[in-house]
Ligand binder design. Structure first.
Ligand code: PMP
Length: 361
């Protein structure tokens, strides 16, 4: 029950355990093409361009940044915790002139605050963390997409802790790049960096005046590969993570079988139940309001006098693995429980009970 890597469906694990095929094997080409096709449905981006490369979420952040930023471009980073700062550091590596708009702990940056900054500057791109995994704060992705459209600023959503768990309608909401990694709500062991880019983002990249400053992540290298696999042809730039991609195909198919709307609802319902159980035990959570509390993880503060390490150890003794704090300034004051992917009522009930027992002890 940590916020990633999560627990995986047995069918996904089974796909990983198959003998590894050649990346040019027709069965693999079919799986890769099918996974790319299904990504558009999971991201709800019918005309978006999916990319899947071997790496973690940070590489997906990197891929979006290096392809869209040219030295001197202005970028706005809307930060609600640990991962905003990471995006700011990363964008600077490509020469971006970065402005950070940071929320107080447990708060979001409001659309009005974002708009006030966009009004003043000539920004090319803005990033925001949909769910910051260090604070469990949820940003309003729809409002951010609308602001991006209104101000003609590319919007990059860091969805490492949200895609396939929180509601995201990439195309309808006007979001340009939605990135994630395999190990969270996507439901595949760590090792894949994933994203879907809008046609506007692809056009911006096409119109670059300078070469992309990162060889491995350059869309020029990957765009033809993604197209080839989707068209049923083998192609090579760098060896794809064959087994992980086959596992991805299985996981995406399971998601679409459930249906995206049902999936978003299940996450919402179980998260609300978990938050209520924490409140009933007298535990306060980091997000200051219910509307900005994430549905993929919850971050409660320890009650007075409880030693974090000892508490997590006692929860562990009940058979439940949870995580400690991550945000530097309050790291030792809270814990984190992930509830995403194949999370069920049974997971929630078992976890609540384990926390009760540990607190009792
Ligand atoms: N962004 C967010 C919101 C995350 O939660 C994480 C990982 N916890 C990352 C980025 C970085 O992903 P990775 O650890 O897979 O590189």
């Amino acid at each position: 029950m940590i916020p990633g890597p999560i627990e995986f469906h047995p069918k996904v694990i089974e796909a990983l355990g198959q003998p590894t095929l050649s990346h040019t094997d027709p069965a693999f080409i079919n799986s890769f093409g099918n996974a790319l096709y299904m990504m558009r449905k999971v991201w709800l981006a019918p005309t978006g361009q999916p990319f899947v490369i071997a790496g973690s979420g940070t590489l997906a952040m990197d891929m979006a940044a290096c392809n869209l930023i040219e030295s001197g471009d202005r970028a706005l980073v809307v930060s609600t915790g640990y991962f905003g700062q990471r995006y700011a550091d990363l964008l600077k590596r490509y020469g971006a002139d970065v402005t950070i708009l940071e929320a107080a702990v447990g708060e979001v940056v409001t659309p009005q605050q974002v708009e006030a900054v966009l009004d003043k500057g000539n920004f090319k791109l803005m990033t925001f963390t949909h769910v910051d995994t260090s604070t469990a704060v949820l940003m309003d992705a729809k409002a951010m997409g609308e602001l991006g459209q209104k101000h003609d600023v590319l919007t990059v959503l860091d969805g490492v802790c949200s895609v396939a768990g929180e509601e995201i309608r990439q195309q309808e909401w006007g979001l340009d790049v939605v990135i994630t990694a395999s190990q969270k709500a996507i439901g595949v062991p760590p090792g894949l960096a994933l994203m879907v880019a809008s046609q506007k983002a692809i056009k911006t990249w096409n119109n670059r005046k300078t070469p992309v400053g990162n060889y491995y992540c350059d869309w020029a290298n990957w765009f033809p590969i993604m197209q080839a696999y989707e068209n049923g042809n083998p192609s090579y730039f760098a060896t794809p993570a064959v087994n992980l991609i086959q596992a991805l195909e299985v996981s995406l198919a399971l998601m679409l079988e459930e249906g995206m709307d049902a999936r978003f609802e299940r996450h919402k319902k179980l998260a609300a139940e978990f938050r209520k159980a924490m409140a009933d035990m007298g535990l306060e959570i980091i997000p200051k309001k219910e509307e900005i509390a994430a549905n993929t993880l919850t971050a409660p503060y320890y009650p007075e006098g409880v030693n974090g390490g000892e508490f997590i150890g006692k929860v562990n003794q009940e058979g439940v693995v949870i995580a400690g704090g991550l945000l530097g300034s309050i790291k030792s004051q809270y814990f984190r429980v992930g509830h995403m992917g194949i999370v069920s009522q049974e997971h929630i009930d078992t976890t609540v009970k384990a926390i009760q027992v540990a607190l009792g002890k």
